[in-house]
Design a protein around this ligand. Structure first.
Ligand SMILES: [Zn+2]
Length: 260
């Protein structure tokens, strides 16, 4: 059973069709990620309709300027939902800088505090800001398994720092890109019990679908390459990833009952 640990299902052109195709491709669980309050609420609705869809709720760093304490209260109200399994995506993005560094830091810290309070893992988006993020983590009170660095796109030395802080590392279609030797080397070195994979759809379609709109069914290409890198069969990798994702996101049941 394939597992897509990070997809923005509501951003897909045809969510219902994509869910059907994912199910046919053998995807049994998807964590659908909210990036603001509307998409987070919509994602929670989606979890009511599909057996294998779970939600993570939060404010994307691009939208961190929308953060307010009262908005955070609206997210907090969603955490009682049985299939809201994580917080985010949050993090820091100094590449696009759609919100200021200060706004991103305030929002990220509030997400960490909420995750700690409810003992939920958080989902981290990081671009061009590893030093600031790692400094922040070192001073924050965090859960033992704080969360996942999603769409990991750096080299092993950086991954090591996140692993030492207790994070899991998730690989996206970037793993399949021609120039991503550093990312593949990182994947080879990361302990098997700390690895996840994802599509980040509709973004970053993997080879051989590169250039198309990404969707959860394409996670098979990422899992296939990752299994090859780790010297496992895809089935062995998938069983390990099921262990990993249910260890980290403890509200996800460890069954194989399927997506739909
Ligand atoms: Zn994302």
């Amino acid at each position: 059973m394939l597992i897509d640990s990070h997809a923005h299902i509501l951003s897909l052109e045809d969510p219902v069709g994509a869910i059907t195709r994912a199910s046919e491709a053998g995807v049994g669980k998807i964590i659908s990620i909210g990036t603001g309050i509307e998409s987070s609420k919509g994602t929670v609705e989606l979890t009511h309709k599909y057996n294998g869809i779970f939600a993570s709720v939060g404010i994307h760093p691009h939208a961190a300027s929308s953060y307010s304490d009262s908005l955070m209260g609206e997210f907090e109200a969603l955490l009682d939902e049985p299939k809201v399994v994580g917080i985010g995506e949050t993090g820091l993005d100094y590449f696009y800088m759609n919100s200021s560094k200060e706004e991103q830091m305030i929002s990220c810290e509030a997400h960490i505090d909420l995750a700690t309070k409810y003992n939920l893992p958080f989902v981290i988006h990081i671009r061009g800001a590893d030093d600031d993020l790692i400094d922040l983590f070192k001073i924050k009170d965090m859960n033992e398994n704080p969360g996942v660095i999603h769409c990991f796109s750096s080299h092993y030395e950086i991954a090591r720092k996140y692993l030492d802080l207790g994070f899991y590392i998730s690989f996206s279609g970037i793993l399949t890109f021609n120039k991503a030797d550093d990312v593949r080397a990182a994947a080879k070195n990361i302990p098997l019990d700390r690895i996840l994979y994802e599509t980040d759809s509709p973004y970053l379609a993997p080879v051989p679908k590169r250039g198309k709109k990404n969707e959860p069914a394409y996670v098979q290409y990422i899992a296939g390459l990752l299994a090859e890198i780790k010297g496992l069969s895809v089935e062995e990798l998938n069983d390990q990833v099921l262990d990993n994702i249910t260890n980290l996101f403890s509200k996800i049941p460890k069954d194989k009952t399927g997506l739909i």
